[in-house]
Design a binder for this molecule. Structure first.
Ligand SMILES: Cc1cc2nc3c(=O)[nH]c(=O)nc-3n(C[C@H](O)[C@H](O)[C@H](O)COP(=O)(O)OP(=O)(O)OC[C@H]3O[C@@H](n4cnc5c(N)ncnc54)[C@H](O)[C@@H]3O)c2cc1C
Length: 460
């Protein structure tokens, strides 16, 4: 088979501008590395596109040769769908330009761009759009699943700021989707993932942000977790949308502003982001400090692009990861108690439980306005199992699953597809809730043969 793939690879190389890597090629193993080291898949060939003209050629070739297709943006998806065993991976690592029209407040983004690529280009003009919190994440996968981050309370999900996409369909046709062109397809791709075709350009609306914002961390003792969470619940009921405070329960990393004897201890971390006037932000942050007796803090004005990279050192590629996620409309006592119980028995120093606050603009969009349905979600919980050695797989996965079960009674319906692991096929319908049936109809129309099935798959 490998010899046959090698011959096929040579044939494909002659038709494309980009690189085609098969198993014997130098660089193949490097090209099949993705963020989550739990995923070890070996595509028959990896097409490293030179530009987006390579996409229809790669799709046609794969279909002719009955090869599965997977699509790789920045390879961050926890389920590993960027890669397919024995199939053809369309890899956008080299296609990541961002063009900004500052006058119109629009950004045009190629499919391999990371959040850092987008933030750097837009911040040159003091503009931004809501994206995630780890700068090496891909814009493509993040957007197609929904996308949330520090600006979400104020400006909504990433998809709420998507103006149009250019796509290549399963038949290799180039089409545009927006509110006015192929509106049903535009509805479907805003949350429907890579189910409907390959996006070759995203167009985003931008907003004035920064370039300096106020941000940082306050770290509390774990013994004060219930008190801090209870006050956080009260505070977030009324806090302004310029402010976004998350909660992370984990062991303290060796941060220089924490006493050494706290390093490695369970703590409650409040990451804080404020997009308004610094003086107003400081008053709000004073209220946060009073949630307990902090071990330490590190807060101040800083460039937005720096804060967007602040968590990168904790979220490097190459560790083993297993995630589980719930949406919450409120943080009940039961939910908090289960978080505290499981944060009290973290199976590895890198495991954490985090709560992202998304209440605000995202809740003002109707649940049927686009494929992403969970407009009542105010908090997204991620049980982030992360460790280094394969020997810890069972313990860490079991911890994440048990916590997921224990917190389920307090969660609202649905799930965020971008946080779903490879064993969560059975959650796909629930993840789309009342929009699932319409998505199935659109899948039948745009991809009846399920050419694009390496994703949280909507079966036609
Ligand atoms: C460390 C880390 C932090 C994260 N933080 C956040 C966060 O703050 N907020 C948030 O919302 N999410 C966050 N996520 C989740 C993230 O949104 C998803 O993992 C997302 O899928 C990553 O996109 P990617 O392009 O890097 O992934 P890939 O693995 O490259 O792609 C994921 C899937 O998207 C589809 N896809 C990719 N490119 C295309 C394309 N051009 N056309 C069609 N389909 C395509 C394919 O189905 C592919 O399998 C985080 C993930 C990680 C690992």
């Amino acid at each position: 088979m490998t010899a046959q793939w090698s011959t096929l690879g040579k044939e494909l190389k002659n038709t494309l501008k980009g690189r085609v890597l098969t198993r014997d090629d130098t660089g193949y193993d490097e090209a099949r590395q993705i963020w989550n080291a739990m995923i070890d898949r070996r595509p028959a060939m990896i097409v490293q596109c030179a530009d987006t003209d390579d996409v229809p050629l790669a799709i046609a070739f794969a279909r002719r040769n009955k090869l599965d297709i997977s699509i790789r943006g920045a390879g961050h998806n926890i389920a590993g769908n960027a890669l397919c065993d024995d199939g053809l991976t369309i890899d956008f690592s080299n296609v990541k330009r961002v063009r900004v029209d500052a006058a119109k407040k629009l950004a045009y983004v190629e499919p391999g761009a990371t959040l850092a690529n987008l933030d750097e280009a837009t911040q040159r003009h003091g503009l931004a759009t809501p994206v995630g919190i780890n700068s090496t994440t891909g814009i493509a996968g993040l957007t197609l699943g929904g996308g949330f981050g520090w600006l979400t309370r104020k400006y909504g999900l990433t998809i709420d700021n998507l103006v149009s996409v250019d796509m290549i369909t399963a038949e290799g046709r180039k089409i545009r989707a927006s509110e006015t062109d192929n509106a049903d397809l535009f509805w479907a791709i805003r949350g429907g993932g890579g189910n409907f075709g390959v996006v070759i350009q995203f167009e985003f609306a931008l907003h004035p942000v920064g370039p300096e914002i106020l941000a940082g961390l306050i770290v509390f003792p774990f013994s004060q977790a219930k008190q801090v969470l209870t006050r956080y619940r009260q505070f977030t009921n009324t806090s302004p949308e310029d402010l976004n405070v998350w909660v992370v329960l984990r062991q303290a990393p060796p941060l220089p502003f924490l006493p050494e004897n706290v390093h490695g201890k369970e703590v409650v971390v409040l990451p804080i982001f404020y997009a308004g006037k610094a003086a107003d932000g400081q008053k709000l942050i004073n209220q946060l400090r009073a949630f307990g007796d902090p071990y330490g803090e590190h807060i101040g004005p800083q460039p937005y692009t720096e804060w967007q990279k602040a968590f990168d050192p904790l979220l490097t590629a190459g560790a083993r990861n297993y995630w589980k996620s719930h949406n919450f409309t409120e943080l009940s006592d039961g939910a908090m108690d289960s978080m505290i119980e499981y944060a009290g028995k973290l199976p590895s120093p890198q495991c954490e439980i985090f709560i992202g606050h998304i209440a605000g603009a995202a809740n003002r969009v109707a649940p049927d306005a686009m494929a992403y349905a969970h407009r009542d979600a105010k908090f997204v919980l991620n049980v982030h199992g992360r460790w280094e050695s394969p020997g810890q797989d069972m313990t860490c996965i079991e911890w994440a699953r048990n916590f997921f079960k224990a917190s389920a009674p307090y969660a609202s319906a649905g799930a965020y597809t971008n946080f779903m692991t490879e064993d969560e096929d059975n959650r796909v319908a629930a993840a789309y809730g009342s929009n699932y049936d319409r998505l199935v109809q659109l899948k039948k129309r745009y991809d009846p043969e399920n050419v694009f099935h390496f994703n949280q798959n909507i079966k036609p």
